[in-house]
Design a protein around this ligand. Structure first.
Ligand code: AMP
Length: 213
């Protein structure tokens, strides 16, 4: 990464679909159709700005270690990774949802050790410790909603948008752990060294967010 170049790591998938229009409003436009390419690094209309398109869970890593100067990632993944290693100057207010606990419909509250299945193990650990609830953590990467009916867990911690996925699996949302949306994060050293470039993009993105609300 040269000091005159700015690399921005974007989260692929549904967040990307909502991120690109904001970047376009902010004057950063990919030089080719990202959805039609298997490339990971893209030129833009701005000669000094490049876009990386990667998994959301990897965005905080790339930004913390400076392989990307800036990134866009869901707050869920930022909370899970830990947010000390970078700045988080802007909420893009896209891909909004909630991180929640959920249980089988009508399940009684359990006071003894609760079995919790989630991919967000750090968040779950912190949350239940704050609640004073002892838990046994079960790490899963998918199909979490099946865990309670198969007896693997009492509770799950997952992203809830419309609630349809929970409902279709006989679960109901319980506590909100965090309000989630996509955030811009910035490498701490880049913020100093490339301050003018980064502030310019942040200001334009901030205006784009306001315009699209
Ligand atoms: P829903 O059925 O609308 O509540 O959607 C829930 C499922 O969609 C969850 O299991 C998530 O994996 C996924 N999901 C919904 N919104 C988001 C988001 N903003 N970011 C990441 N995953 C999401």
């Amino acid at each position: 990464m040269s000091s005159s170049e700015l690399v921005i790591a974007l989260t692929k998938g549904r967040i990307l679909t909502e991120t690109l229009p904001l970047f376009e409003l902010a004057g950063v436009i990919p030089a080719e159709d990202i959805s039609k390419s298997r490339k990971l690094l893209f030129d833009t209309n701005l000669p000094h700005v490049k876009l990386m398109v990667i998994r959301g869970a990897d965005v905080p890593t790339y930004v913390e270690f400076g392989s990307a100067d800036m990134g866009v990632a869901g707050k869920d993944l930022i909370l899970e990774y830990g947010s000390e290693g970078f700045y988080e100057p802007l909420d893009l207010k896209i891909a909004s949802c909630q991180l929640m606990t959920a249980q089988p419909v009508g399940a009684k509250a359990k006071t003894e050790r609760l079995k919790v299945a989630t991919k967000f193990t750090n968040i779950a650990k912190r949350y239940f410790a704050e609640q004073g609830q002892q838990i046994e953590l079960i790490k899963l990467n998918g199909a979490l909603e099946l865990a309670p009916s198969l007896g693997l867990a009492d509770t799950i911690v997952d992203i809830v948008d419309t609630g349809k996925t929970l409902k279709a699996n006989g679960l109901e949302p319980k506590q909100v752990i965090a309000e989630i949306s996509s955030r811009v994060i910035v490498n701490k050293a880049s913020m100093k060294i490339k301050n003018t470039m980064i502030r310019e993009i942040l200001e334009k993105l901030r205006a784009a967010v306001e315009l699209s609300q």
